[in-house]
Write a protein that binds this ligand. Structure first.
Ligand code: SF4
Length: 407
């Protein structure tokens, strides 16, 4: 039976989170305000709800200049001038939907921070390609770093251009999909390499391809016997959920097993519309994972990540990775320390369901691959015992012996 003392201790363990939980709002908890923003944006464009739910309308009406932006949200003259200055170097485009999630009353709004250019982007620290993606490519459009899997990049287009993007060097002024010849060569490469059992289709954003192009690509990959699973990397459930149409979903489900990894970074990004998009995918039997990037000023606080991960599970998305931010030029204002990442991990284990705990990853520079990081729970390992601390800091030990008889 649970002792009263133990029960009190468990309640105390969660007390600090419960105190702040309701102040960290998801989009679901701000839905009224988001709907008002949506109606204001629609009125500005002279459009209606039918347009809003059409992803092509959303793409066509992405906001790409400070003048339009200043008509849709409060911007100081200085801010507008800085946005224009940054825009000369780094492209930006914000979908009307993503703009509707911004809380203009919050100067630290995590949605604004991820979508609106800041003058800090002109800081020259960092590199354009620290992961050496360019040199991990056996044929154009393919990145290969591991024995049994690879990435096919099918487009440089995205629903929105995120300010922290690690692939910002590839985001040109023009949206271009990889041409059919390039995609054909990538598929040939997979066909010629029997050890490839897992193909990740990404970009840019994989769901920027047309339904027909996705259907063709999946049919080609499924014709290769050794391809066991196909994964998509897409941020559209977050930035352009209208793209997850019933038609797209019915194409994806023809080619199971198909997995989708998406990219929520903040509880504020979980809205009615993103929830519905994730549910459409999940209802089609597509397992959903979330790859969060640890970002200064967005989610580098333990309670924010806890709320994000618990909310993701409630919309049927499993937190999969937390990526330590890469040293990409133009993103230094988002960088965090390893200690901050470890603090986040420490605050999850034991304090919330294991399902809500992703793997914290540092990407090896120069293309050395994903390296997992955990707070240190193993205090000592010797020939006959190992000593640990648990999530609450209590110490215990277990035997460390192999009792099977050696031949
Ligand atoms: S959707 Fe992904 S690839 Fe596109 S800008 Fe955002 S982070 Fe970069």
């Amino acid at each position: 039976m649970l002792s009263a003392e133990r029960e009190l201790r468990l309640q105390n363990d969660i007390h600090d989170y419960l105190e702040v939980r309701d102040s960290i709002k998801t989009g679901l908890e701000r839905q009224e305000e988001i709907a008002k923003n949506r109606d204001r944006i629609l009125a500005f464009f002279g459009a209606d709800l039918k347009d809003w739910y059409d992803y092509r309308w959303q793409l066509k009406h992405r906001i790409t200049d400070a003048e339009t932006l200043s008509k849709l949200m409060p911007l100081s003259k200085k801010q507008a001038a800085e946005i224009d200055e940054v825009g000369l170097k780094y492209r930006y485009a914000i979908s009307p939907y993503y703009l509707s999630l911004i809380d203009s009353n919050n100067p630290e709004c995590p949605v604004a921070r991820q979508s609106i250019p800041m003058i800090d982007e002109l800081d020259s620290a960092g590199e354009t390609d620290p992961m050496d993606e360019e040199n991990s490519s056996p044929v154009p459009g393919v990145t290969r770093r591991y024995p049994d899997r690879l990435i096919i990049k099918v487009t440089n287009q995205c629903g929105m251009y995120c300010r922290f993007c690690q692939r910002r060097r590839l985001i040109g002024e023009q949206d271009v999909h990889s041409n059919s010849e390039k995609i054909k060569k990538a598929i040939e490469y997979v066909r010629d390499h029997e050890e490839i059992r897992d193909v990740l289709i990404t970009g840019g954003d994989a769901f920027m391809l047309s339904d027909q192009a996705i259907d063709n690509l999946l049919a080609d990959l499924r014709s290769i016997k050794h391809v066991e699973i196909i994964r998509f990397g897409t941020r559209t459930p977050v930035t352009l959920p209208q793209r997850i149409t019933p038609e797209l979903v019915s194409i994806l489900k023809k080619y199971h097993p198909v997995y989708v990894n998406t990219h929520f970074n903040s509880p504020a990004e979980i809205s009615d519309e993103s929830k519905a998009a994730c549910e459409r995918l999940a209802d089609a039997g597509i397992p959903l994972g979330n790859q969060m990037v640890l970002l200064n000023g967005v989610n580098n606080k333990p309670h924010i990540v806890k709320k994000l991960n618990q909310s993701l599970l409630s919309i049927r998305v499993k937190p999969y990775y937390i990526f330590h931010p890469k040293a990409i030029r133009g993103t230094s204002h988002f960088w965090c320390s390893i200690e901050e990442g470890l603090d986040v991990m420490e605050s999850l284990r034991g304090y919330t369901s294991g399902m809500a705990i992703p793997t914290y990853i540092v990407n090896g520079t120069g293309g050395l691959g994903k390296t997992p990081l955990l707070p240190n729970y193993l205090l000592y390992i010797g020939r006959d015992k190992a000593v640990f601390r648990n999530w609450e800091g209590q110490i215990f030990e277990i035997e460390n012996r192999n009792r099977s008889k050696q031949p």
